[in-house]
Each structure stands twice: as structure tokens, then as C-alpha cells.
Design a protein around this ligand. Structure first.
Ligand code: AHR
Length: 498
């Protein structure tokens, strides 16, 4: 009972877009305050940005960061967060029942992205606001100078435009929990008019239309079709959001949950292509998977929202070894769809369902899920290759029988290196794998590492921050362009060849 795979540098899927390694910072809980921003922290820089967090973000390899929400954006007045700090208003945040001081806003965020070396991705409020406010924000951010909003930015200390390329048209408007929720038709019309006007302010921007909040929404499918019919011409991407969790101690189904993510992507691609055919459009709609992660939502109920506190502890998930394996498997899925998924943001970056955790005035540490993300962001380079694989099946109650082995590879044309990412979904059995490499030159093993859920619920915490870390996969070998390895049960591995 072994697995086999074949890959060939000629069988390509698409380029590895660096934007696949995106993340998300929402004004929610302690993502911003005491997360990325904590003036007075021993490691804070002159802007109040935590230097320890900046180092971890850089090491994580994050490429693009979405901001300021999330549900938060649907009630946000962006003007509150710019200008002299002492004049910024305190507001009620109706999304999370928090107290928002506006001490951190657009200009601070853009400054932080420059320090972190990431691209900003901005969302506009299409919940309680509309076309005009979105245009004002874009004019403030991207117009040179000589107009009311751009001169205000200059006055606030940013003479050069922020030059933000990626913009989300609202957030999850299909969800009844969203402020200013809409029908697909209402949203599609508003998004189209907003996109049209924003492109007049800055024709160089890229725009993301909201798809469904998740694939279980009753309107999934029809929402995408209806909204795209209204806005196909004016947008570049349609969004997907998905969160998964281990339910009822069913680890086997959880380890296989990327099967659902795969199907979700395929469904949105099919729907977008249906609208494309119907409208006789040439342009292929790309996908922005701008919220994905493991999130134990059953622990989060409306009652657990904050009671108008500032920076409360909200959904500070402590990730397990099993969660890390599953996060690795989602990255395999995203890479496999690199022909259509061009942006992906793990939700979120710091403290709130995040790979990085902090304590106020205290330490920061890498959660278990940090590791597969950092390794994939670092070594998935060049072009994604199709991997044909066969393996024994695992029987799951949620997804039926699924192959134990899931894999994808990338080929860096500059160096000739290949990175092979594999997951063994079996909860019980190690999986011997043999892979045929169709490369012209013989390859040698560079490195092989594994994140295994030997103790599925092991976690990292400030006292033992390195309990779950990648270990050498010492049984990996390459001989005559055949790579072999024994993948431990419930594990994610990276095998690098040169
Ligand atoms: O990431 C947390 C929340 O999940 C976001 O605010 C929202 O968009 C989604 O439902």
C-alpha cells in the first residue's frame, strides 16, 4: 500500500504568483492593537510598530496584506483613521462590539506595510457607505496632489501617493451578519458602479468582487453568477472565503478538508466561466481567495463578542500540530489552482486566528501553522507543476473515500530546483511514496522536512514555542530521477530537489 506520483517540468499549471502568500489584518480583537501596533512595547519602533512582529512577518514570507476588514470594514469611516492622532474620534465598532480609537489608520497601515516589505490590499466600505466614499478614499491614497483628498494626505505627512493597487469592493455582503447586507443583484449593481467610478480616479487599480462568504451559504453559486453578471467588465477577481475546523473529534475528515476547498474553487471557476460564456466576454475572471484558514467557529458565538472593550481577546485560536498539517494541505490546493487563483490571504496574521501570537508588553511566538506557510512561501518558486498521483484511499465521514496522498510541485526555471509538497492524510498509516521526475537533468536531494501530527493536539505557546516545528524527513532519497520517501501518518512534507 504505497503512493506514486509523476511530475514533469513540461506539464505546467501556471506561475507561482507571490500574491498567493497573502495575509489579513483586520481591526478585530488584538490584530492591530498589541498585535502589529503597540507603542511602549520594549520592541516598538519610532512608529509604535512591534519590531518582533515585523521580524516574524518578514520571515513568514507574507506578500500582500488585506486591511482593514473583514466585517469591520462594513461600518468603517476611513477618514476617522487619518490626520492628527489627538483629533481622531472614538467609535463603536458594530461588527465586533469593540471600542475603536482610530489610533491606527490608513497612513499607519501603509507605513507598516513598507516596514514589513508587503503589498497593501485595501477594502472599501460597501455596507453603510457607497460610491462617493470609496472614490474619496482612493483619491486620498493614490492621487498625486492638488485635490482636496490628495492634499490632505500630503498634509498628513505622506507626500508620495500610497499607490495601493489591490482593492476589495466590500466584504461578505451575502451574510445576514454583515452591516448593510444585500442581495446579489443589489450588491452587483453597487459594486459595478463603485468599480466604474474608482477606475476613473485611478485606472491602474485591480478590483475584487465579493463572492459568497462560504460555500455553505444558501445563495452560493447563484450569488456569484448574479453579481458577476452585473460587474464582469469592471472587476478583475471574484473572492472566496473558507474556514475549516475539526468537528466531533473527526480528525480523518478534518485532514481531508482540502477536498472541500478544491471543490469550492472548481465551483467558482465553473460559475465565472459560465457567466463569461453567457456575456460573450473574452476576459477570464481570476479568483482572490482572500480569507482562508482553520477556525474553530463552534467556540465562537455572538455572545462572545466584545462588550465595547478596546482590543479585546477575540478568537485567539491556539493551533495544533494537526492544524498545521491541514494548513499545509490548503496551500497545496491553492498552488494547484494557480492558473485561476491569483491572490490568497490567510486570515489572519497576528493574534486573531493567526500564525503569529503576541502578549501585550510581552513575547511573540510562531504558532504551529506558521511553519508550513513559511516553508511554502519560501520554496514555491517559478511555475506550478501538475502532479499525477495514486495512493490508497482514506475513508472519511465528511468527504467519503479520499486519496491518502495529495501533492503539488513547483519548478524554478532560474535554478532548475523543484519543490515537492505532499500531505499524507491517513491518521494511522505511514505512506511509502515513489515519484518519477521527468526532468532532463538528473536531480539530487537538497533538503526534506516534515510537519507531523504525531501528537495531533500538541501546540506551541510562549513557554514551549518550538514544540511543533518542521523536522528532517530523513528517509527521503533520490536515485535515477526517482524520489522516494516514507511520509508519516497525518503529515505535511516538503522535498526539495536540485
Ligand atoms: O476573519 C474573521 C471574519 O471572518 C472576517 O471579519 C469576516 O470577513 C469573516 O466572516
Amino acid at each position: 500500500r504505497s503512493g506514486s506520483l509523476v511530475l514533469d517540468p513540461d506539464f505546467t499549471i501556471g506561475p507561482v504568483d507571490r500574491r498567493l502568500f497573502g495575509s489579513f489584518v483586520e481591526h478585530m480583537g488584538r490584530a492591530v492593537y498589541t498585535g502589529v501596533f503597540e507603542p511602549g512595547h520594549p520592541e516598538a519602533d519610532e512608529n509604535g510598530f512591534r519590531g518582533d512582529v515585523l521580524r516574524l512577518v518578514r520571515e513568514l514570507g507574507v506578500s500582500v496584506v488585506r486591511y482593514p476588514g473583514g466585517n469591520f470594514v462594513s461600518g468603517y469611516r476611513w477618514e476617522d483613521g487619518v490626520g492628527p492622532v489627538g483629533e481622531r474620534p472614538n467609535r463603536l465598532d458594530l461588527a465586533w462590539r469593540q471600542h475603536e480609537t482610530n489610533r491606527f489608520g490608513l497612513d499607519e497601515f501603509v507605513c507598516w506595510t513598507r516596514s514589513a516589505g508587503v503589498e497593501p490590499m485595501m477594502a472599501v466600505n460597501l455596507g453603510t457607505r457607497g460610491v462617493q466614499e470609496a472614490c474619496d478614499l482612493l483619491e486620498y491614497a493614490n492621487h498625486d496632489s492638488g485635490t482636496y483628498w490628495s492634499d490632505l494626505r500630503v498634509k498628513h505627512g505622506s507626500p508620495a501617493p500610497h499607490d495601493i493597487r489591490l482593492w476589495c469592493l466590500g466584504n461578505e455582503p451575502d451574510g445576514p451578519w454583515q452591516l448593510g447586507a444585500k442581495t446579489a443583484y443589489e450588491y452587483g449593481r453597487l459594486a459595478n458602479e463603485t468599480a466604474k467610478a474608482m477606475r476613473r480616479v485611478d485606472p491602474g487599480i485591480e478590483l475584487v468582487l465579493c463572492g459568497s462568504s462560504n460555500s455553505s451559504m444558501p445563495t452560493f453559486g447563484t450569488w456569484e453568477a448574479t453579481a458577476l453578471e452585473q460587474a464582469y467588465d469592471t472587476v478583475d477577481y471574484i473572492s472566496l472565503h473558507a474556514y475549516y475546523e475539526e468537528r466531533d473529534h473527526d480528525l480523518a475528515s478534518f485532514l481531508a478538508s482540502a477536498v472541500d476547498m478544491d471543490g469550492f474553487i472548481d465551483g467558482v471557476v465553473a460559475t465565472a466561466d459560465h457567466v463569461r460564456a453567457k456575456l460573450r466576454e473574452r476576459k477570464k475572471m481570476m479568483l482572490s481567495f482572500d480569507e482562508w484558514n482553520v477556525w474553530t467557529q463552534r467556540r465562537f458565538t455572538g455572545r462572545q463578542r466584545a462588550d465595547w472593550e478596546h482590543a479585546p481577546r477575540l478568537i485567539e485560536e491556539t493551533y495544533t500540530a494537526a492544524d498545521a498539517v491541514v494548513v499545509g494541505s490548503y496551500l497545496i490546493t491553492l498552488l494547484r489552482h494557480a492558473d485561476r487563483v491569483r491572490v490568497a490571504c490567510q486570515a489572519q496574521l497576528v493574534n486573531v486566528i493567526a500564525p503569529i501570537r503576541t502578549e501585550p508588553s510581552g513575547p511573540s511566538w510562531r504558532q504551529t501553522t506558521y511553519h508550513p506557510f513559511a516553508l511554502t512561501a519560501r520554496w514555491a518558486r517559478g511555475t506550478v507543476l501538475r502532479v499525477e498521483s495514486t495512493s490508497p484511499q482514506c475513508v472519511t465521514s465528511a468527504f467519503g473515500a479520499v486519496p491518502a496522498l495529495d501533492a503539488v510541485a513547483t519548478h524554478d526555471e532560474d535554478t532548475g530546483d523543484i519543490a515537492l509538497f505532499c500531505v499524507n492524510r491517513s491518521t494511522t498509516d505511514a505512506l511509502p511514496v515513489s515519484g518519477r521526475l521527468g526532468t532532463r537533468e538528473p536531480l539530487a536531494l537538497l533538503d526534506a522536512v516534515v510537519v507531523a501530527a504525531e501528537v495531533p493536539h500538541a501546540v506551541n505557546d510562549p513557554r514551549t514555542p518550538d514544540r511543533v516545528v518542521p523536522k528532517p524527513l530523513s528517509n527521503a532519497r533520490v536515485d535515477a530521477n526517482v524520489v522516494t520517501a516514507l511520509l508519516p501518518p497525518a503529515s505535511w512534507s516538503l522535498i526539495r530537489l536540485s
